[in-house]
Design a protein around this ligand. Sequence first.
Ligand SMILES: Nc1ncnc2c1ncn2[C@@H]1O[C@H](COP(=O)(O)OP(=O)(O)OP(=O)(O)O)[C@@H](O)[C@H]1O
Ligand SMILES: [Mg+2]
Length: 372
Amino acid sequence: MILQIVAVTAGLGLIIAGLGLALLRVLRRRSIGVMLAVVAVVTVTATLAGVVAITLEMVIDGRPKNIVLTVVAIGGLVGLGVALVNARRVVLASRRVVEALEKVSPSGRFSPPEGPLPAELQTISTALEQAYERLRLGRERERALESARRELVAWVSHDLRTPLAGMRAMAEALEDGVAGDPDTVKRYHTQIRLEVDRLSGMVDDLFELSRIHAGSLRLSRGRVGLGDLLADALAGVEPLARAKRVHLSGEADAAVPVNADAGELGRAVRNLVVNAIRHTPADGTVSVRAVADGGMASLSVLDCCGGIPEDDLPRVFDVAFRGEAARTPGPDGGAGLGLAIARGIVEAHEGEIGVVNEGPGCRFEIRLPLSP
Ligand SMILES: Nc1ncnc2c1ncn2[C@@H]1O[C@H](COP(=O)(O)OP(=O)(O)OP(=O)(O)O)[C@@H](O)[C@H]1O
Ligand SMILES: [Mg+2]
């Protein structure tokens, strides 16, 4: 008897479940609300079918049969009602998420819909919020880079035009014989050579920077002692320091090995030291130190520049940043590329570069992983 009941209800249940699953497959692109309704209908139909089959066949007769059927039918209707209400809530919640999404302006923030959401929709909404935030930051960065690039082109062309105009005037004067006396001729020649040196330096810097930005800076790395690198850099800038009457002091730990491209890293160090000399008044001191510190190699350059304005500190490494508002290049004024190049080179070595105001001036520091 019991076995028969189980067999009949299970058989009917399986058939209806199969039909329900097939229907859900057909409807798999429809709203979650429709699917929930199908699930409710399947549950109710399976229960009803089992009960009906058994009451009709064998178990109950007469009034009790009607009572059982009515109870099951009402139970089923209540279940269906709750399923439909719930389905509607889910549909409304998802519509709220879509509406919030439609409200976002192309560059704006996604603000999640107000009120509680079902867990999955809440997850989607949080993920959307984060994705939009990342998108916004990326777009902002791109815009900043784009405007820096535009500025660089404008400034560089200005910086190229001024010395070129000067050289043209001098060359014309020499050509026409207007500059007659030997002193002037000599002065013009020297001046032209200096300008050519400066312009080639600038073109060289631009080339280096473009390689850094294009990611095509090829490092040929080897084990390099930071102390030796420092000594080479100091030897190279000695004449400049002497001309400016700036005292240079170098200090290095016995062995500070790093895995680096000596040429490129030397260039970064030289940029820092040249800056320090340029911004230190006569009789001031520039001290350079190379030490191993907490598992890192540290190279720092301390000058007597009197401090960089706090507002400028985060910007000194930007391309074409030169500090002063009036951008008329002085006799030894640069293009504002040196620190951007230094940062690019140091970052290509998985290192960090930074600056703080300290003592009589500021301290630029390069930190690199020590070579094992
Ligand atoms: N040691 C320093 N002391 C004070 N200010 C500095 C120092 N180094 C850099 N700065 C400031 O940061 C700016 C940017 O330096 P950066 O080396 O990038 O360019 P630059 O020296 O002006 O030109 P370039 O290096 O291309 O010849 C400088 O113009 C200066 O205002
Ligand atoms: Mg510089």
